[in-house]
Write a protein that binds this ligand. Structure first.
Ligand SMILES: Cc1cc2nc3c(=O)[nH]c(=O)nc-3n(C[C@H](O)[C@H](O)[C@H](O)COP(=O)(O)OP(=O)(O)OC[C@H]3O[C@@H](n4cnc5c(N)ncnc54)[C@H](O)[C@@H]3O)c2cc1C
Length: 405
């Protein structure tokens, strides 16, 4: 039976980083993946150009039951550390809005880079290969795999989350965490479009394809204050584009807020975040003979203005009562909506929830109750915002674990 120091299961972002770092420290590492194609999620990421990190990465950019867990690993391996590796490999990159860094040409270059780093560490590949069982022994672990048994001192589970099963995502990490007695925070789709009741959404279906910048909040459940909902505790306010679809809403703003949304909770959109609309409309009324649809058309795509106003669209703003303008303005600045659900794991970019961070050491990612067993990357209950944060988590957790094993 083969004997090694470390078996890493899952050759994605976190697994390759961990295997490379451990291998380069002289550990005998085997890296196992069940897929036939390497690192599909990296390949499809960032529209094929991999938004591999963000210039500014702070613990606030992550959702977790334990908001402090990620700090140590994120501080020990920063975006600049990854940028240095990318530069060393001569990969050209550029910055898009809000500090998001992308490859100039293709995400394949990031995969190739990580593969080369693994080769530098003489990592042995077993791919495609399936792990059927992990058994704890006195010396470490025995793994049953489709290419034969393996004995190892340490196991790192880096099989990611369950989002996009179409490219080989599985619940392997969750299943084995449970079998070893680790608590799981309920896995849910995140960075995912939100859906609405079919009847409620019917009038908005014609807007499919319309996109605009909006302010987004999650409202606290049932906590009405003077007729208005309060923002839920610990949820950030986002200002991002929102996209109307046939079944609901998508776009970066909705993906961001989806990670904080709980079933049964309303969301609030500000569809004119740069304007206090009640005052702006009443002010306009005294100065303008424009049709109200043209007034909103100055702010919004025309299709949205027409649909939003319905039969009011053709009225001149001067003909609309102050009371009607007040209702209109308030609804534009505070559009409260109750999603019925999300588009699910097939459409989600990530899984939120996963292995409870309280069961792991935050510097080594070792399970406190199972010496030698580690969990890294998306399978852990740390979920990044949209914008390169999930990869930075994969690199940072992979690095920390690879350094410590
Ligand atoms: C469409 C899309 C676009 C994205 N774009 C970005 C982006 O631009 N920037 C960003 O930061 N994040 C992005 N993400 C999120 C990012 O891809 C993940 O958070 C990241 O890949 C997680 O890294 P990981 O190593 O934990 O898991 P993964 O990279 O998913 O790797 C897990 C590996 O485990 C293997 N595996 C799974 N089950 C088994 C099993 N049973 N046995 C053996 N092997 C197994 C898989 O084949 C895979 O190779 C995107 C996600 C999606 C779906």
């Amino acid at each position: 039976m083969s004997q090694v120091d470390v078996v890493v299961i899952g050759a994605g972002a976190a697994g390759m980083m961990c295997a490379a770092v451990a291998g380069q420290r002289g550990q005998r590492v085997v890296l196992i993946d069940h897929a036939t194609k390497l690192a599909e999620k990296i390949r499809i990421s960032g529209g094929g150009r991999c938004n591999f990190t963000n210039r500014v990465v702070r613990p606030e950019h992550f959702v977790s039951e334990n908001r402090h867990f990620a700090r140590a690993a994120l501080e020990a391996y920063t975006p600049q550390d990854f940028i240095s590796m990318v530069d060393r490999h001569g990969i050209a990159w550029h910055e898009k809005h809000r500090g998001q860094l992308f490859c100039d040409s293709s995400s394949d270059l990031i995969i190739k880079m990580l593969r080369q780093e693994c080769d530098l560490g003489q990592v042995q590949w077993r791919m495609p290969d399936a792990v059927q069982a992990i058994e704890k022994t006195e010396m470490g672990f025995t793994l049953s795999t489709s290419s034969g048994p393996l004995e190892t001192a340490k196991v790192v589970i880096a099989t990611g989350g369950t989002a996009v099963p179409q490219v080989g995502a599985t619940d392997f990490g969750l299943v084995w965490a449970r079998r070893f007695g680790l608590k799981i925070i309920e896995p849910r789709p995140a960075l995912v479009p939100l859906l609405f009741d079919t009847q409620m959404w019917a009038p908005f279906q014609v807007l499919a394809g319309v996109s605009l910048e909006a302010g987004l909040d999650v409202e606290s459940m049932g906590a009405a204050k003077g007729g208005r909902q309060a923002r839920a505790a610990h949820t950030p306010h986002f200002l991002e584009d929102v996209l109307f679809t046939h079944k609901g809403l998508s776009g970066p703003g909705i993906l961001q807020i989806s990670s904080y949304w709980q079933p049964g909770q309303p969301i609030e959109l500000n569809l004119a975040p740069q304007h206090e609309m009640v005052a702006a409309l009443i002010n306009k009324k005294s100065q303008s003979r424009q049709q109200i649809v043209s007034v909103l058309g100055d702010l919004w795509p025309k299709r949205l203005a027409e649909q939003w106003l319905g039969s009011m669209a053709q009225l001149r703003i001067a003909e609309v009562s102050d009371q009607q303008l007040k209702i209109l303005g308030e609804r534009i600045n505070r559009w409260s909506l109750m999603p019925t659900g999300t588009a699910g794991f097939k459409k989600a970019e990530v899984m939120k929830g996963g292995v409870d961070t309280n069961t792991l050491n935050q510097r080594t990612f070792e399970a406190k109750a199972v010496p030698g067993l580690h969990f890294i990357g998306e399978v852990v209950d740390v979920t990044g915002w949209l914008g390169g944060y999930n990869f930075q988590w994969a690199w940072a957790s992979g690095f920390a674990c690879g350094q410590s094993i």
